[in-house]
Write a protein that binds this ligand. Structure first.
Ligand code: ADP
Length: 499
């Protein structure tokens, strides 16, 4: 049949849902309780599928499998080269199912199908292949010891890892965490977000097909306070790698501290500044600023949610940004013309709308957008506020929606000060042709990623993570391997033992 925007269901490539159970020790299993939860299509609020709901007992079972695979299995013991070959095969299998996988994320998270096919999936393949290539290059150092000793370090896999991931990039987040951990030789439990349980199960199936041994990669869907908490407080999980809200990050660290002091890395919220200087090319600045906040409906931890524009181009920028937002196409994520799909669920949809109401009440000027749109799904118009003051909620809190807050500045120093006036420190963008300005600002802003004349310029080789309340630890790059490795020093006397 036809849907409202004129594309047929066939063209939309709505996938069949093949996997709904928990993936533990190489098999799809019902949950211990037999309970399921519904996953909802944000395009219309309808139920897509019932998913097995993991709880403490299921996490226990998955940890037991991962422990066994770590303590006695092949994965940590095979050569890095062999692990890398299997990871390469895993990537090839994913590539063969690219469209089906992208479509799963579209119906589960409201993500643009084209962005999945041309963005999330290729990016995830890059990650898998990058770390596959690194798997046989993980080595320690020779130490220069003071006495008559010689020593070296060994890098060993840290053990059983728990990955707790969010719903905004179900595929990319999965591979951001899983790829370096696999390369390091760890075994793991992935807890996808309850809003987006589908694609991770398909990846687990393909991992098995690629030859990743049973128990190495387990997927336990379920809710945060049950399944997630069971991972972070588990006595036999050696490390937890989390991406999500600052609030939950604190709970995870607390649970780790109270249980077995497992190592923790947290990639948390953001309120990233995008700073546009007078010398910027106006068209480029506007399209960059729009993409920085409207891409993926603003559901991005690094979204450029605070846009600072220097005074001379401020008025021209405002005019053009408003036009651009009005022409931004919101609608069904399968429609190739569409630039913005629905918010992930009703709760996020309502949260974003309530922030917009706050902005109006606090006295910011609603330049454009601000309302739900496009029928019964969780769609929100691209929204821009001007006259935003630093103390307003819309300038301080992470909204996680398509809401741009525009602010004016005069000097470089003022821009730096305002950019840093946030509890977060995940990313920042700078638009200028002046190298001195770019250098000065990039060194002065306290954030983990700085993008000059670009935005979202993620790369497998560029470490990514936060300052301040945006967390600690780095994903991506060779740095990310460190989260999944232990360092052991081995020392021996150079000549005769003095003992
Ligand atoms: P968001 O605000 O983006 O939904 P959350 O931080 O709430 O992000 O969720 C990110 C991930 O953390 C999800 O997989 C969620 O289920 C999980 N989670 C939520 N609460 C907890 C908790 N108390 N312990 C462990 N994991 C949790």
């Amino acid at each position: 049949g036809e849907i409202s925007n004129g594309i047929s269901k066939k063209e939309m490539k709505i996938p069949e849902i093949k996997f709904t159970k928990l993936f533990i020790n190489g098999s799809f299993l019902d949950s211990y309780s037999g309970k399921t939860f519904e996953t909802i299509d944000p395009r219309n609020g309808e139920v897509i599928a019932k998913i097995s709901e993991g709880n403490k007992e299921d996490v226990d079972l998955a940890v037991k499998a991962a422990r066994q695979a770590f303590d006695h299995g092949k994965w940590p013991r095979m050569s890095g080269y062999e692990r890398g070959r299997i990871m390469m095969k895993f990537a090839d299998l994913i590539e063969q199912h690219k469209e089906e996988l992208a479509a799963l994320d579209s119906i589960d998270a409201g993500k643009l199908f084209a962005a999945g096919v041309h963005g999330d999936i290729p990016h995830s393949l890059n990650l898998l292949r990058y770390y596959a290539g690194a798997a046989d290059k993980i080595h320690g150092e020779t130490l220069k010891l003071a006495g008559e000793y010689q020593g070296y370090t060994l890098k060993e896999p840290i053990g059983v890892v728990g990955h707790i991931i969010p719903w905004n990039f179900p595929t990319t987040m999965f591979f951001l965490k899983v790829s370096p951990a696999l390369a390091a030789g760890c075994t793991m439990i992935v807890k996808p977000a309850e809003q987006t349980p589908l694609s991770a199960l398909f990846y687990a199936h393909l991992a098995k097909e690629a030859g990743i041994p049973d128990g190495v990669l387990n997927v336990v869907n379920g809710f945060g306070h049950t399944a997630g908490a069971a991972i972070s407080s588990h006595m036999d999980v050696d490390a937890v790698s989390f991406t999500g809200s600052t609030e939950v990050g604190r709970l995870i660290m607390e649970a780790a501290a109270k249980s077995n002091l497992k190592s923790v890395s947290l990639e948390l919220g953001g309120k990233s500044p995008l700073i546009i200087f007078d010398d910027a090319d106006l068209d480029m600045a506007v399209s960059l600023a729009s993409l920085a906040i409207f891409y993926n409906k603003g559901e991005i931890c690094v979204a450029g949610s605070r846009v600072f524009v220097q005074e001379k181009i401020y008025d021209a920028f405002v005019k053009k940004a408003a036009e651009n937002a009005k022409n931004w196409v919101v609608g069904d994520p399968f429609d190739p013309r569409v630039q913005q799909g629905p918010q992930v669920d009703k709760q996020q949809f309502e949260k974003v709308l309530s922030y917009i109401e706050h902005g109006k009440r606090e006295g910011a000027t609603l330049l454009t957008g601000g309302k739900p749109c496009c029928g019964k799904g969780y769609y929100i118009e691209p929204t821009i506020f001007t006259d935003v003051k630093e103390e307003m909620m819309i300038a301080k809190d992470e909204i996680f929606g398509p809401v741009m807050s525009l602010m004016k500045f005069k000097t470089i120093e003022e821009a730096i000060e305002k950019a840093n006036a946030t509890k977060y420190g995940l990313a920042a963008g700078i638009v200028t042709k002046d190298l001195n300005i770019a250098n000065k600002v990039s060194r002065s802003v306290r954030a983990g990623s700085i993008w000059i004349n670009c935005y979202f310029a993620f790369d497998a080789d560029a470490p990514f993570g936060g300052y301040k309340l945006s967390g600690f630890g780095r994903d991506l790059g060779l740095n990310a391997l460190d989260k999944y490795l232990q360092v052991k020093s081995v020392v021996t006397p150079l000549y005769n033992s003095p003992w």
